[in-house]
Design a protein around this ligand. Structure first.
Ligand SMILES: Nc1ncnc2c1ncn2[C@@H]1O[C@H](COP(=O)(O)OP(=O)(O)OP(=O)(O)O)[C@@H](O)[C@H]1O
Ligand SMILES: [Mg+2]
Length: 255
């Protein structure tokens, strides 16, 4: 399989912090699902920002290395152009437009579609998330956290991205809602063949969902391997993931 996303020797610095990523190598095969795991402050969101081209908004910059998407270097390519090239993202903290209606939020995401395909795109999202259809005229800010996350995902997928970057989908949501949203994310992957890079604090969830994973610690890749390999290694989980992937049976049943 060829790579949809290829990151080589990537370093990133913020004006107020200095290096936040150092010599990161990561690759996501076409049609593959890869998880990016790590503790708070490890650099996960920074890596996503580097890929989407939003570092400068946060006073950060790539200081070394290369990012290729579909074989093309993304360095110097503005964020909106990367969207047109086929990148979609569900950003950390959802960031839906709270004063716009649900449908208008989706229209923003559909902006890159040819005009005739808006209706079809909306239908696809409403089929995946019937709750969004029910609330299509409601202001996004009035919806629950889970519904806003569905909207953020709908907004990202309506443009039919080749590569979907997802940052902390599960944060602050009830386990049942998280399960439902991940289920729909899998449907998206299966029906559209979307390549995904998924940042997740819940290692267990991520390892269930993704085929392989990278673990980032202190701005460097500490480990990479198949999900099965990581799930089977208590040592890796203890060192980097606080043992989070290894839930006792009772706790699993409570989810
Ligand atoms: N805009 C910024 N300016 C300066 N430093 C930043 C900025 N954004 C993030 N950092 C720092 O860069 C490092 C990596 O942060 P990042 O947000 O990428 O971590 P993360 O792995 O996404 O963490 P979390 O799980 O808490 O979301 C942290 O030390 C953080 O404090
Ligand atoms: Mg983050």
């Amino acid at each position: 399989m060829s790579a949809a996303l290829e990151i080589e020797g990537l370093s990133v610095a913020y004006a107020r912090k200095g290096l936040a990523l150092q010599d990161v190598n990561l690759s996501v095969p076409k049609g593959g699902i890869v998880a990016l795991l790590g503790a708070n402050g490890a650099g996960k969101t920074t890596l996503i920002r580097a890929v989407t081209g939003l570092l400068d908004l946060h006073h950060g910059a790539v200081t070394a290395g290369q990012i290729r998407f579909g074989g093309q270097s993304m360095l110097g390519v503005p964020a909106h152009k990367r969207v047109r090239l086929g990148m979609g993202q569900v950003p950390e903290g959802r960031l839906v437009f709270k004063h716009l209606s649900v449908e208008d939020n989706l229209r923003v995401g559909a902006d890159i579609l040819p005009r005739g395909q808006l209706h079809e795109g909306l239908e696809a999202v409403y089929t995946l998330f019937p709750r969004l259809r029910e609330r299509r005229q409601q202001a996004a800010g009035w919806m629950s956290g889970g519904e806003q996350q569905m909207l953020a995902l709908g907004r990202a997928m309506i443009g039919r991205p080749q590569l979907l970057l997802v940052d902390e989908l599960s944060l602050g949501l009830a386990p049942l809602i998280v399960k439902d949203i991940y289920k729909q994310l899998r449907v998206i992957g299966e029906t559209l063949g979307t390549t995904m890079l998924v940042v997740e604090q819940n290692a267990r969830l991520a390892l269930d969902f993704a085929e392989s994973a990278y673990i980032i610690a202190g701005g460097r890749i500490a480990f990479s391997g198949t999900s099965a390999e990581i799930a089977a290694s208590p040592a890796i989980q203890q060192s980097y993931l606080g043992g989070a992937a290894e839930l006792p049976a009772g706790e699993e049943a409570a989810r």
